[in-house]
Design a protein around this ligand. Structure first.
Ligand code: NAD
Length: 364
């Protein structure tokens, strides 16, 4: 189902939209408009086979509506795979709000967005994403209960970063086991690029294992904060891809794995938290395979954050979230072995396992 009410598009554009939706297999896309608050948003529900669709709402100053539309379709499909590979009874969805979050976000606009979420009757559950913060979720919650990522004081699951970091750590250890026959990270040369919320927690785990830790960040304060707490060495940005390391862990922005960087990389494993690490998943997953570098798929090993918000829906504790997140270890090993057996990339192996789970679930 597609609702194009209020959207000023030509017949040709309408057919492009429907075509894209069909190709990517979306169930429902809702275009939201409100003149009074200036809200322009799209909610995309990709797949609800395993449960209600869940995914953050992103506020971004898109160049045009087609760019926003493509982004929300891609992100919502990614959420379906992330939930399925993590074994959660959730579907994939995502929402985008057009505009600059620094200047165009208002309480009224967010409440109006909350009303649109409410109108979907729980088929889409929203959460924080780029351009959104915990306070914004509180405004949305004034209009709907289909929202997660609420502060702990208000009965929510709180900051997901420690759980995400634990999942990345589990994925990294599984990749180490696959490559070296031992999951000990003691003495391993590991670079964590981006030591924000997730990266700093990851450094803590690595430090407990006495890994040889290298860090990089554009924020000097973060570098000082982490270096004072843990035994680490700072690496300048331009030196990252020439550094001899065992594991590269991208925990800042996506798309750091492009053709040039992959050619330069001197590591055996890539395992990090950043979303969409491969600049182009079709090209760069194969390039990594050709170079013999093990890539632990980002959407699997950073799923701790999703598991944490899932706990909010299911009402389980932080301890249980960490326990569920521990499974990322076994799933990573399963994917790496499947990729080897099928002579495919780890990214493709992960997607194919997620698709098999969806298929099996739909037959129950
Ligand atoms: P954050 O904003 O707290 O930390 C990001 C860090 O990266 C900051 O310290 C920032 O200064 C640094 N950084 C930004 N650009 C950089 C660059 N070019 N080079 C080096 N460092 C740079 O974010 P976070 O919550 O720690 O998330 C990190 C990544 O993991 C993001 O890509 C996020 O989408 C992804 N992720 C996070 C979660 C979560 O639970 N927070 C869950 C899933 C995925």
């Amino acid at each position: 189902m597609i609702e194009l009410s209020g959207l000023n598009v030509s017949e040709r554009q309408k057919s492009i939209i429907l075509d894209k939706m069909d190709k990517m297999g979306h169930e429902q896309v809702v275009f939201c408009r409100d003149k009074k608050t200036g809200l322009k948003a799209i909610i995309a529900i990709h797949n609800t086979t395993m449960g209600p669709s869940l995914g953050g709402v992103r506020m971004w100053d898109y160049k045009n509506e087609l760019e926003a539309f493509e982004d929300v379709l891609r992100l919502s499909r990614g959420m379906t795979y992330k939930a399925a590979i993590s074994g959660l009874e959730l579907g994939g969805g995502k929402a985008v709000i057009f505009g600059d979050s620094a200047t165009q976000k208002s309480k009224a606009l967010l409440r109006r967005f909350g009303q649109f979420v409410e109108s979907l009757g729980g088929k889409y559950i929203t959460a924080e994403d780029v351009g959104m913060g915990p306070k914004d979720m509180e405004y949305i919650k004034m209009e709907t209960n289909h929202v997660t990522g609420i502060a702990e004081e208000l009965g929510g699951s709180g900051d997901p970063s420690p759980v995400t970091a634990y999942g990345v750590y589990m994925g990294m250890k599984a990749a180490a086991m696959y490559r070296w026959g031992s999951d000990s990270l003691k003495g391993r040369r590991i670079l964590v690029q981006g030591i924000g919320h997730v990266g700093a927690h990851l450094v803590k785990y690595l430090s407990e294992e006495k890994a040889n830790i290298f860090i990089n960040d554009i924020n000097k304060e973060r570098l000082n904060f982490v270096s004072e707490k843990y035994d680490t060495k700072v690496v300048e940005a331009e030196a990252i891809f020439d550094l001899n390391m065992d594991i590269y862990s991208p925990c800042a922005l996506g798309a750091t794995l492009n053709t040039e960087n992959i050619n330069r990389l001197k590591c055996e494993i890539i395992a990090g938290a950043a979303n969409n690490q491969l600049a182009d998943e079709n090209i760069h997953a194969s390039q990594l395979k050709e170079r013999g570098i093990i890539y632990a798929p980002d959407f699997l090993i950073n799923a701790g954050g999703l598991i944490n918000v899932y706990s909010e829906i299911k009402g389980f504790s932080r301890e249980k979230s960490l326990e569920e997140t521990k499974n990322i270890y076994n799933t990573t090993l399963e994917i790496l072995n499947k990729a080897e057996q099928d002579d495919t990339t780890t990214n493709e192996a992960a997607i194919s396992i997620a698709e098999q789970r969806l298929e099996a679930y739909s037959k129950r």
